[in-house]
Design a protein around this ligand. Structure first.
Ligand code: CO
Length: 235
């Protein structure tokens, strides 16, 4: 559908996106995006006003100290909850904060963070109330994401005794959120990237975020070259 026969007018890209998305999608996208673009202009102006030269400096250098591996959940934004500004943390997020050995996205992020950016610390951050974790304790949905959640189901199976010993459904879900973080820390530590001389210097932390109070809790999964991680670290 073109801009002409839909009765709309505007820049050429509007009609192009209309053809790709359909008129209804285009109208929605334009109205929603206007708000975000306006917010962005306000933010950029405020940031530059408070920190003159902020963006110019960022253009020339990216040297974050941390790699954050967290959940895609919109309530757990990496920079905001630890008070870091742009340029201070390299971020990888996916559903249920997984580090899967065959996930080229995750392992490429690890490689780039450790060997190119030379981050010093990696934070694997889960959160209570994680939909991905809750789904792993529920029957399969038949949806595509079942394939991804399967990784968490495997963890639940491995730690079945621990999870079954929890007194309630909510407690079981919380426990699996914690166990999942620890297992993902193991995956990070066992990654070939982390077993290089540069990688062995990197510290790995397992944290969990509580949506209810906005606080992070260290699961005791701090790992360095001399202290291997184990589920017992959490107790
Ligand atoms: Co989540």
């Amino acid at each position: 559908m073109s801009s002409t026969n839909s009765g709309m007018s505007g820049p050429q890209w509007f009609s192009t996106s209309e053809r790709l998305l359909g008129a209804r999608s285009t109208i929605t996208a334009v109205s929603a995006a206007h708000d975000l673009l306006a917010k962005n202009r306000e933010w950029a102006a405020r940031t530059e006003r408070e920190n003159p030269g902020f963006f110019t400096n960022l253009v020339h250098q990216q040297r974050p100290r941390y790699l954050w591996i967290g959940c895609s959940d919109s309530r757990v934004p990496a920079n905001q909850i630890v008070g870091l500004r742009p340029g201070e943390v390299f971020v990888h997020r996916n559903v249920a904060n997984l580090v899967v050995h065959s996930d080229l996205n995750a392992v490429s992020v690890l490689d780039f963070a450790v060997n190119a950016l030379e981050v010093e610390e990696i934070i694997v951050c889960g959160h209570y109330g994680c939909g991905g974790i809750e789904a792993a304790l529920a029957p399969e949905s038949g949806r595509t994401y079942d394939h991804w959640i399967r990784h968490v189901r495997d963890i639940a199976k491995f730690y079945r005794e621990d999870i079954d010993s929890q007194p309630s459904r909510a407690a079981k879900e919380r426990r699996l959120c914690e166990l999942n973080v620890v297992v993902q820390c193991v995956h990070v530590r066992e990654s070939p990237v982390l077993r290089t001389p540069a990688g062995r210097k990197v510290k790995v932390h397992g944290w969990i975020y509580d949506l209810a109070d906005g606080l992070l809790r260290d699961l005791g999964a701090l790992v360095d070259s001399t202290r291997p991680i184990a589920p017992s670290c959490m107790d």
